[in-house]
Structures are given as C-alpha cells and as structure tokens.
Design a protein. Sequence first.
Length: 545
Amino acid sequence: MEKSYLQIARAAYQPKLPKALLGPVKAQEGAPTQSVGNQEEIKALFPNTYGMPVIEFVEGEKQELPPFNVGVILSGGQAPGGHNVISGLFDGIKSLNADSKLYGFILGPGGLVDHKYMELTSDIIDEYRNTGGFDIIGSGRTKLEEVDQFEKGIEILRELNIKALVIIGGDDSNTNACVLAEYYAAKKYGVQVIGCPKTIDGDLKNEQIETSFGFDTACKTYSELIGNIQRDCNSARKYWHFIKLMGRSASHIALECALQCQPNICLISEEVEAKAMSLDDVVTYIAQAVAKRAEQGNNYGTVLIPEGLIEFIPAIKKLIAELNDVLASPEAQNIGRSEQIDFVKQHISAENLAVFNSLPTSVARQLALDRDPHGNVQVSLIETEKLLSAMVAAKLDKWKKAGKFVGKFAAQHHFFGYEGRCAAPSNYDADYCYALGFNASRLIANGKTGYMSIVKNTTAPAAEWIAGGVPITMMMNMERRNGKNKPVIRKALVELDGAPFKYFASRRDEWAEKTMYVYPGPIQYFGPTEVCDQPTCTLKLEQAK
Ligand code: FBP
C-alpha cells in the first residue's frame, strides 16, 4: 500500500494512556447501580447483568494470565478512532499474554452471525494505527436481537475459543451488546460481552461517559470546512450558505460547530421542540435574520442545520411516531416500496395526514419509506437545507413585495456528514480510543460482562484520565421502537439548561447581526499543545474548563 507522508509520520504516533493503565490493575467497585428509567422492567429483563457496580481501575498486583482470545465488531456508522480502539485492545491483550489472539468479525454484527472473521495480527494492526475509517474489518448495521443470531454467534465464538466479544458501537449497538451479554450470562455460555462508546453524533454520553469517540474529530473536520465557507462567504459577500450537519436526532454536532465557528445562525432541534416551533416559525426566524443583515447591506451569511431538525418539529414528530407504528404493523410487511406511500396515507389519522400532505413531496416520501434496522428515520437523506432555503426565499419574496425586505437573497447548499466520519483521528480521539480499547482488555481480564469501557476526566492530561467500566443496564430505559416498547440506552440530546447551549444562546444574537466568524483551520497533529490537543468546546464548557 502506498502512503502519504502524513500517514507515515502518523503511524509512528504512540497514543497516551491513563497512568492507572500503565501497570497491573485491580478493579475498585462502587455501589450497586440502577437503570436511568423503568427500573423494575429493566431489572426483570436483565436479571443477570442488572445492578452491577461502576468500576474504576487502580494500581494492582501483577497477575499471570493464560493466553485468551477476543473477538471485536465495529457496528454502525464510521467514527474516527475505531482503528485505535482495536489497536489498544490488541496491545492490551498481548500485554497480558503474548499468545492471546484477536479476531475481527467482518462488516459488523452480521460477521458474527455469518461466521465471517479474520485474525488481526500485529502486521495488520500496524497498518491501521492512528488512521481513520473502519476498513480494517468493515462495519455494518445488522441488529443483533434474535435468539438464533445469538446461537449462531456462540457457535463461532466456541470454535475460535473466544473468551470475550468487544462491540464498538453507538447507543443502538451497545443496547444489543447488553442484550447479548445477558443472554450468554443466562445460558452460562462463559463468553463476556463488552461495549465501547462510538458515534460522531455525540449522543452516547451521560454521567459516566463524557463523550463518544469520533465526535471530537468529526466536529473539528466540519468546523474546518465551515470556517473555509465563512471565509469565502465573507470574501464574495453574495451568498447565504445553508449547511446541514450530520448527527441524527441530537444537535450536538451543530452546536459544537457553532461554538467553534460563530456562524450567523445555528438551529438547535431540541430548542425547536421545547418552544413548540412550527416549520413556518423556523423559516421566519431565519428570514428575519437575513432581512436584518440586509438592512446593513450584508446579503450573506451562514446557517447551520442539524440533520434531525425535521423530527423535532412537534407536528412532524407526532406524524413520524404514527408512521413508525403503521410501518411496523404486520400488514405493512407485505407491501412493495411503490405502494408504501399510499398505504401509510390510508392508515394514519386525519390530523397527521394533513401534516403529511403539507410537506414537500421529497420530505414526505422519506418519512414514509423504510427505517434503518434500528427503526430510525434516515434523516441524512432528507434535504432540509434545500427545503429551508426555498421556504426562506419564498417568505422574503413576499416581504419584498410588502416593502419589508430590501436586500438580495441567493443560497448555496452543503451537507457535511460522510466527509468527517473517516477522518484521521485528532490527537484527542487517537488517545481516547486507544485508552478505551486497552481498558476493554482489562475489563475482560477482570471477568466483566455487560460493561461499557469508559475513560473519564479527558480534559485533563492523559496521565490523569480515569479508566474503568459502567454496567450498560445503568444507561437503559424503555422506549417505543418499531411499534413495540423495548429496553434501550437513553439517547443524550442537547440539554437546554446545559453550559454549551447556554453559552451559545448568550452569543447568538450578536453572531447573527454582526460578522464574527471564527476560522478553526485543519486538525493539527504536531505542534504546540494548545493547537493540537484541545478537547471540544462542548466538553470544556460541560466541565467548566
Ligand atoms: P451511528 O449512530 O451508527 O454512529 O451513526 C452515525 C451516523 O453518521 C448518523 O449521524 C447518520 O444519520 C447516520 O450514521 C447515517 O447512516 P448511514 O451511514 O447508514 O448512511
């Protein structure tokens, strides 16, 4: 394989580890835990893995361990740093016994079920250290939830003599990891299951998990691009740029990019919902900012839009909830894609039908079509940026005729998502991910199952990071998915009383009116620490640093 100079230099980077993981460890246990909601139901569903304590690794005695084999799965959307989780895990198990082996299941959880795997040797691992992407073994979105999938899994795990399986995934994949851990524990199969918090969306976080990996690099990559657009915008002074950002339901990515770049407008879906704003209210809010800038002769600007926005407009949220139930009904399973729209129209309430019919056809179509395997609307396919700019243009036209708008309005559209998911990990993600993987090997060696690998205090220097594990059941509650109530990890949305949003809200009027763009520039790996090792603004504000 030919490599760029940066790739060659970066391959030599040795990620940092928390001090506690540099030598032998022992697990210090906290008090028993409870799930974040629906305690009785979750306890009944997870009798073997419920209530376990949070653990922290501290210095311990050296132990002689026999060689053991571990399997690893990359699940769901790519996130920068996945390869470092795997290299950390590899180095971790080898440090416990050099004859231990790591097997990767190919293309996500489906690889476990279909028995597609490869051994990850040091030659292979070395090719992927500190690189972006999930291409070492590939990823996939197969949902692990059926007993026959778990049974197919155990066949290959036994054949390869695998002691523990590490599932690197987001909230949905870690929910599946928890279900699998419980099943194998109940059956006394002797295979441990450990999760790792991955997703660029940043919505897998809570008191124990500071951030999901990949969020840092993805936001920095998008912020570089937004900064470049803002320079262009401020140079030509003739366009409004409507920029949709990935992130599924939560607006963490949009908020972080706003904190980094100071755009004129950034919409936050969670606020739109809390204020019960209609689509027209959102459009009016943007149009007013455009009109105000036009009064000063500034016919340009930037608008950041979280990709899940549409799901948070209360009327559309209600429509989606009913569509989810209709699409999950047994009748819906036998209809073809071309009949799907007519089918849903016939089966939803009159109120929701009116909302459905009021939407532009392309948006309505996407809401009525297939969900992803976890039951999510595929929001990345909805062109909200074009929808909003067209509606703003129509409103400004009206205002122009009424003498309320004096400027010009021309829009450009962008969607940043896939551009950031496989970027080479920032120093933060390279270190954080390596530590998460290495730490997973310690959870395995300590016999843990149903735990997620955690590393905390990450705004401090790596030596002061705290490593341990949190029981996955602790993060669960019951939610409606695919027409049924299911135990799932609670998604972390943007908190409107949290420090990152409050800071944004205190500055946004000024950013809207004036031109106060910040240009973050590309991720830097080598150089002064304040340039190379900054955590996200979200994390710094959350931790008040
Ligand atoms: P995960 O939740 O699996 O981490 O997905 C992240 C994500 O990038 C979302 O932001 C986006 O909506 C989705 O994946 C797109 O999915 P796909 O890769 O299947 O197009």
